[in-house]
Write a protein that binds this ligand. Structure first.
Ligand SMILES: [Zn+2]
Length: 230
């Protein structure tokens, strides 16, 4: 199905609704960031920081995320990053500097894809936030060890087990951030929130080096994780 949509993208149609014209029509672009919401995986990993998403993980957002991630349709990084900026704004703490930390992919996966989609979206979100005056920086502080088995097909408990202590903090980058001498809080950024296991492990690694994690922010959250409206 992605191939069909890639044809549409390359053929000059909206990736959201297939309407001929630009890559993302104004209606689909608006849909992308319309409803920032607080989300919770179910079951939720113990101690998970507050989580926010811009949309439900369903088409057309799902298709956009996949085309960006798997097919290097980088023109979608702008709109997706803009969508991610909404949850980050909701999940930031006032004062000090906010460090956006993309959830890392394994080095082997980044090599295979030829890019790091989450880092790209996080940089795009940071640019939007800086343009409205927020003190936001991006730092790829985390690395994921290559021994982690593929997450696909694993249940929530297996994922959590698989991931425990799998993330490490790049201490050189941490030292550079600390040198600025301003209070730092972290927002963990990802494209999709599913079980929350990867986000929780990212949070654990950051908290282990004394960095407070304000929130977990994603472009989209899978349907059963989406909180009902209050
Ligand atoms: Zn459209």
């Amino acid at each position: 199905m992605l191939d069909d949509w890639l044809d549409l993208v390359l053929g000059g149609a909206c990736v959201g609704c297939a309407r001929p014209g630009r890559l993302l029509c104004p209606a689909c672009r608006e849909e992308l960031g319309r409803s920032v919401r607080s989300v919770r995986p179910d079951p939720c990993p113990a101690g998970l920081a507050p989580a926010f998403a811009a949309a439900e993980y369903a088409d057309p957002v799902r298709r956009m995320i996949l085309l960006h991630k798997e097919r290097q349709v980088f023109a979608l990084a702008g709109p997706l990053g803009e969508a991610l900026a909404g949850p980050v704004l909701a999940g930031m703490r006032p004062g000090g500097r906010t460090v956006l930390v993309p959830v890392p992919s394994r080095a082997a996966v980044v090599r295979a894809r030829g890019h790091d989609p989450t880092a790209r979206l996080t940089r795009a979100a940071a640019a939007v936030l800086r343009s409205v005056g927020a003190d936001v920086v991006v730092s790829s502080l985390l690395r994921q060890r290559d021994v982690v088995a593929d997450q696909a097909g694993l249940g929530a408990a297996e994922r959590a087990q698989n991931l425990t202590d799998r993330m490490g903090v790049r201490t050189g980058r941490l030292r550079r951030l600390a040198r600025a001498g301003v209070p730092l809080t972290v927002v963990v950024c990802d494209d999709v929130l599913t079980t929350g296991a990867t986000a929780r492990e990212s949070q654990r690694a950051l908290e282990a080096v004394g960095l407070p994690v304000a929130s977990i922010c994603c472009v989209a959250a899978t349907r059963r994780r989406v909180a009902l409206p209050k």
